[in-house]
Unconditional design. Structure first.
Length: 222
């Protein structure tokens, strides 16, 4: 049985650069290795990939996507050479299609930092195949509940499911709402946690209530 993990990955590459502000987060992620140790592959739904329909990577050897700027040079030399999971991608796409979605593939996309930052700490060996999946830019709760249910059967096949990005993706939240309003909606976007919908105890009504609370932050404007 695969595990479900719903994790933060910190600010850009900082957890991998020995930043003291992320020391506790890095130590926490390092304790999660046993959760994925026996799995055949990992599906990671990443906060840093939004598309209008479910999109999957299907490269056998994904590259690296350094989707941040302004960090030291070492942040752009990070490597996480885990294999991709093209066969699993086909299976997940079939499950999504059977559940009413219109999935597609992005053959050129590498691992973004929502994948390689936490996985470097969780499983530094980089031996477990990884399938990266987008969140849907609609942020429609019913769609993401259905998406999570389409992923749930793979847990029975010892496939782990990871949601990377936390329940909102806004490091500036500590600044207070007044200051937040200076930032764009893109910077204040919340992250739908599709993985949680695969957990049986999460019902649609309670999930939508939590979702709607989080979506308040997405409505912020510059």
């Amino acid at each position: 049985m695969g595990e479900i993990l719903f994790i933060p990955h910190g600010g850009g590459p900082l957890p991998l650069l020995d930043d003291p502000g992320y020391a506790r987060l890095a130590e926490m992620l390092k304790t999660l290795g046993p959760c994925v140790a026996g799995c055949k592959a990992i599906i990671i739904v990443t906060a840093h990939w939004e598309t209008d329909r479910p999109t999957l990577t299907n490269e056998s050897k994904p590259g690296m996507l350094y989707d941040y700027y302004g960090f030291p040079e070492e942040a752009y030399n990070i490597q996480y050479p885990a294999p991709g999971a093209p066969l699993l991608a086909e299976q997940v796409a079939a499950s999504l299609a059977a559940n009413g979605f219109d999935p597609t593939f992005d053959e050129g996309r590498g691992f973004d930092h929502g994948v390689y930052v936490p996985m470097t700490l969780i499983w530094p060996e980089a031996t477990i195949p990884i399938l990266q999946m987008s969140v849907m830019s609609s942020f429609n709760p019913a769609e993401h509940i259905a998406l999570g249910r389409a992923l749930a059967p793979f847990l029975q096949d010892d496939i782990a499911l990871i949601g990377s990005g936390f329940s909102f993706h806004m490091a500036l939240i500590r600044c207070g709402e007044r200051r937040l309003r200076r930032f764009t909606r893109r910077q204040a976007i919340c992250v739908p946690f599709s993985c949680c919908w695969a957990i049986p105890r999460w019902t649609a009504p309670s999930g939508i209530l939590v979702w709607n609370w989080m979506m308040r932050w997405r409505s912020l404007r510059a």
